[in-house]
Design a protein around this ligand. Structure first.
Ligand SMILES: [Ca+2]
Ligand SMILES: [Ca+2]
Ligand SMILES: [Ca+2]
Length: 229
């Protein structure tokens, strides 16, 4: 879980790294917290005891790099759990989806927290600006390991980009074997930025390649959408 100075665990203890203050107040005049430490903490699910804390990665860096300067989009996070090796769970902590995008994969093994890999999509690159308000996890390339379907792009189990459609941000996403007569999984998504999506309001794509199988035309943000087999 993402934590910071001021967080208190289930035993009543401060979650704090050396040199930080539990009573520091990092709020700015607008109420946003745009400075100060950020942590990642593993908690005991039964007691809430903090078991391990490490600095959160990536940090904020330059706030405006995330899509606005007042501090909204710097704090867009997604999280999930994926079986990246096909057998054991890995924690995914993700920051950013309107512009630059980062996915950190963390293993919790033998009470040790270690970073497995970090996927970094800098501004202006093909994998930036593709995230949704949610992610999905599925084995899209049938290798027995799970991939991360991050809006309009997909990251392979080893932390490299599998493909980016370039269709951009959207508000809804569904992944399954929606067409059982067609091999593999499919992704259905709606799209917000018509410039990126090529005036497609929704798309139905091959989950492994990103190839668009079906789409609907639109002239503006298609904010909601669902598909059912
Ligand atoms: Ca896979
Ligand atoms: Ca794979
Ligand atoms: Ca299918």
């Amino acid at each position: 879980m993402k934590t910071a100075p001021g967080s208190i665990d289930g035993l009543g203890n401060n979650v704090l790294l050396p040199g930080d203050s539990a009573t520091a107040d990092y709020r700015n005049s607008g109420g946003y917290v745009l400075s100060g430490p950020e942590y990642l903490t593993i908690f005991d699910g039964l007691t809430g005891q903090a078991l391990a804390t490490t600095p959160y990665t990536p940090g904020r860096g330059t706030v405006s790099d995330w899509g606005d300067s007042y501090g909204n989009r710097v704090d867009r996070f997604l999280a999930g759990v994926a079986y990246l090796d096909g057998s054991r769970p890995t924690l995914l902590m993700c920051r950013g989806y309107y512009t630059k995008t980062h996915i950190a994969a963390w293993d919790w093994r033998d009470r040790q927290l270690t970073k497995r890999w970090q996927f970094d999509a800098a501004n202006g690159t093909a994998y930036a600006g593709q995230g949704n308000h949610q992610l999905s996890i599925a084995d899209v390339d049938s290798d027995g390991k799970q991939e991360i379907i991050y809006g309009s792009m997909t990251v392979d189990d080893n932390g490299t980009g599998l493909y980016s459609t370039g269709l951009g941000h959207g508000d809804a996403l569904h992944v399954s074997d929606f067409n059982p007569t067609r091999p593999g999984l499919e992704v259905f998504a709606v799209h917000e930025d018509m410039g990126s999506s090529g005036n497609r309001g929704s798309t139905f794509r091959d989950a492994a390649t990103g190839s668009i199988l079906y789409s609907t035309p639109a002239t503006g943000d298609t904010g909601r959408g669902v598909i059912m087999d």
